[in-house]
Design a protein around this ligand. Structure first.
Ligand SMILES: [Zn+2]
Length: 506
């Protein structure tokens, strides 16, 4: 007898439908799986056999042949277990084939017959189209986000077989909400002082500008960066779906409703590998941090400590807002549109108060040079962050809240998108002339900076993009960039000018 069961696998953050064909018939007892299974899928033989026997169901003592179609994709992961077991049971007439009409199955089997959650259920379900899907209980919320048909939750293989044989209705399992570890983003009201860094953060959020913070340990760089999600607007429907697919594929815990709606915040350690940051890895292609940060923030603390080769991998996603990962002939495209916030110490020894630094000029130079010019060029905002002064620390008046700042950010973002169809970060030179024209006074100020050699051609464009965002936040988008916005933009430049060669400095 033969049965063909719809299921799916995940490649990158995309689901691919798979048909599990099972044949049970004449021949010496045995179990073979074809159709490019990897080791994790081959192990399904042992898991399905144990699960069927543990569920007090008959296991066929004849030859079992399973084929995974189409044969093009390499099949990875344990998510095909349930479909393989159902296929064997249908082919050996333990469940009626008619009962499987318009049903698809996703889930890993425990040796005790339990059905367990697997990563990537959201994209897998999304790839299956208009069918009813049977998934593990824990995968219910993310399956519902992506499903076109009904979602059936199942706890064990035995329960599923009873339902398919008409011995009981579909069970009504309730999904336990995962622990609410989903970070309540800390509020900017707790950050005392730091007026310039706070303002830079607001501008970064408003224009989507990538930002580099330079400051000694203890100056609050991490504290500031981690508060960026609290002032970014919630994800729109498209971003939310993309972020959910990525998180699901990577096995990152999803919010109780299954849909990622708050901008993610990812802060990989500087020892992160290229695969961890960019995506890939051995075996299946896993989304990297750049994709997990999609729609939100990627924070690289101690950016000068990351391996230069790893940082080099950031260039494609920063340019294209997606990343292509290639692995054994398979090209996977993953979303990677994020605001990059980076932090570094002013020098290798950490700097600190004036006079504390022990580094000589060449050490300093080498340190800053660890960031390649092209990467440094991506940071529209480069700000110095100082340790807060005593008066700032002791201030009793709370600083402005994230909610208040977030309102201005949302208005500025809408303004930019309505005006030019993109955030200010993405404005090219000609677009700047069209959408961010300078007032005469602004032009005179920038001309003076250029003539004095304090501004490079690239820096000139950066300043104009930032000034556009400053104007959008301040005055509801006056057409022309006023001189005050230009002065503020110039003031947000980093003291890197001292160390960097001309052209890389602000
Ligand atoms: Zn130093």
């Amino acid at each position: 007898m033969f049965a063909s069961i719809p299921s799916a696998i995940v490649v990158g953050a995309q689901g691919h439908p798979v048909r599990v064909e099972a044949h049970v018939g004449q021949g010496l007892p045995g179990f073979s799986i074809g159709g490019r299974p990897d080791d994790s899928v081959r192990e399904a033989r042992d898991r399905t056999r144990a699960a069927i026997l543990s569920s007090q169901l008959p296991y066929p003592k004849v030859k079992i042949t399973v084929n995974l179609a189409p044969s093009g994709d390499r099949k990875t992961g344990a998510g095909l277990d349930l479909a393989i077991a159902v296929g064997i049971l249908a082919a050996s007439e333990v469940v009626p084939i008619e009962a499987l009409d318009r049903l698809a199955f996703i889930g890993e089997l425990g040796l005790d017959g339990s059905v367990r959650a697997v990563p990537g259920v959201a994209p897998m379900v999304g790839a299956l189209g208009d069918v009813d899907v049977v998934v593990p209980i824990g995968s219910g919320p993310e399956a519902r986000v992506a499903a076109l048909g009904r979602v059936r939750l199942i706890a064990t293989l035995g329960e599923l077989v009873a339902v398919l044989n008409g011995l009981m209705p579909w069970p009504d399992h309730v999904v336990d909400a995962p622990p609410a570890e989903l970070v309540q983003c800390a509020d900017l009201a707790d950050v005392h002082g730091q007026p310039m860094a706070r303002h830079a953060l607001e501008i970064a959020a408003a224009g989507g500008h990538h930002m580099l913070m330079v400051g000694p340990p203890g100056s609050g760089k991490t504290m500031l960066a981690s508060r960026l999600p609290g002032i970014l607007p919630p994800l729109d429907r498209e971003q939310a779906l993309a972020a959910t697919m990525v998180s699901s594929a990577a096995g990152v815990p999803l919010p109780p409703g299954g849909l990622v709606t708050t901008p993610p915040f990812r802060a990989p350690h500087h020892t992160a590998s290229g695969a961890a940051l960019i995506g890939g890895g051995s075996g299946a292609v896993r989304p990297g941090e750049v994709s997990l940060a999609h729609g939100g923030t990627l924070f690289l603390d101690e950016i000068a400590e990351f391996a230069p080769k790893v940082l080099d991998g950031l260039r494609q996603p920063l340019e294209d807002r997606h990343i292509t990962v290639s692995r054994s002939g398979v090209h996977v495209v993953l979303p990677a549109d994020f605001v990059l916030i980076a932090a570094m110490n002013p020098c290798p020894c950490g700097g600190g108060a004036p006079g504390e630094c022990l580094c000589n000029a060449s050490q300093l130079h080498r340190y800053v040079r660890r960031l390649s010019g092209p990467l440094l060029d991506r940071f529209d905002l480069r700000v110095n962050v100082h340790r807060p002064g005593i008066d700032e620390l002791l201030a009793v008046v709370p600083a402005e809240s994230s909610a208040a700042i977030g309102e201005r950010v949302a208005v500025a973002r809408t303004l930019a998108v309505d005006r030019q169809g993109c955030l200010n970060r993405a404005l090219s030179g000609p677009q700047l002339d069209e959408f961010a024209p300078l007032s005469d006074a602004s032009r005179a100020v920038l001309r003076h900076e250029l003539e004095q050699g304090r501004l490079s051609a690239r820096g000139y464009h950066r300043i104009r993009r930032v000034a556009r965002s400053i104007a959008d936040v301040r005055s509801a988008g006056d057409e022309v960039i006023d001189v005050e916005s230009v002065h503020v933009a110039l003031g947000l430049r980093s003291a890197f000018t001292k160390v960097l060669p001309m052209g890389q400095a602000a």
